[in-house]
Design a binder for this molecule. Structure first.
Ligand code: DC
Length: 222
């Protein structure tokens, strides 16, 4: 049986950085499910489909082919055969993903892909509904969070490092809006699974968080 570690939490909590490093340390595959929702969102943006136009959105979801591959251990997402991994990180794509991810047909398609991957490989999978919906039987479940201010500061620094000028207050507002959307949608809203361990990384370094996760993994393996 493949081993699975589910990490859920709000945007900017450090899930992807930590999940990626954890997977590397354990020799597991890292599955970034947000990248799949972002890829679907990119398709909608390219086609000029508004998330309010539910029939058009569901048709696009039915027609599209989203797949995952690994190149030198790093996850690549393909949209109709095109590698779009570097195109899905824009703020605009993330905001669209947060809205379109509320659609049941989109979730069904992507959850299916996520479950297939977890059935084949040992995975560290991160997202919003992994412990509650995608892998309710995951061996280890973690809910990783941090304060809105900490998350906004991290994003702000990332933009500065890339030479992009951004407004910290605007980032805080975007994060609050995204949290609200992700936590209040009808289908699979972001919430801590009852059996998930809560880790608040506001005052923790990356290595400290990874070590805490490794300890949970080792306890489970005993
Ligand atoms: O983690 P991220 O910022 O890349 O995710 C982008 C959006 O996708 C997020 O706002 C909500 C959605 N998402 C989701 O609904 N379920 C997941 N398992 C992962 C992401």
């Amino acid at each position: 049986m493949a081993f699975s570690i589910a990490i859920d939490g709000p945007a900017g909590a450090g899930k992807s950085t930590i999940a990626k490093a954890l997977a590397k340390r354990l020799g597991f595959i890292y599955v970034d499910t947000g990248a799949m929702y972002r890829t679907m969102a990119l398709e909608l943006l390219r086609k000029g489909i508004s998330p309010e136009d539910v029939p058009a959105m569901e048709q696009a979801c039915q027609d599209v082919e989203i797949s995952i591959a690994y190149e030198e251990g790093s996850q690549q997402v393909y949209l109709n055969g095109e590698n779009v991994s570097s195109l899905i990180r824009r703020e605009e794509v993330g905001n669209m993903a947060s809205v379109s991810a509320a659609n049941g047909k989109i979730r069904e398609k992507l959850v299916d892909l996520q479950r297939q991957m977890a059935a084949r490989e040992n995975v560290v999978m991160d997202g919003r509904d992994i412990g509650t919906c995608v892998l309710p039987q995951a061996d280890v479940k973690i809910y990783l969070t941090a304060s809105v201010h900490t998350r906004a500061m991290r994003r702000y620094k990332e933009y500065l490092e890339k030479g992009q000028k951004v407004d910290l207050q605007q980032i805080e507002k975007d994060i609050e809006k995204r949290d609200y959307q992700d936590m209040h949608r009808d289908i699979s809203p972001l919430k801590q699974a009852e059996d998930a361990v809560l880790l608040d990384s506001s005052d923790m370094g990356i290595e400290e968080v990874i070590d805490a996760m490794i300890a949970l993994y080792e306890k489970k393996k005993q």
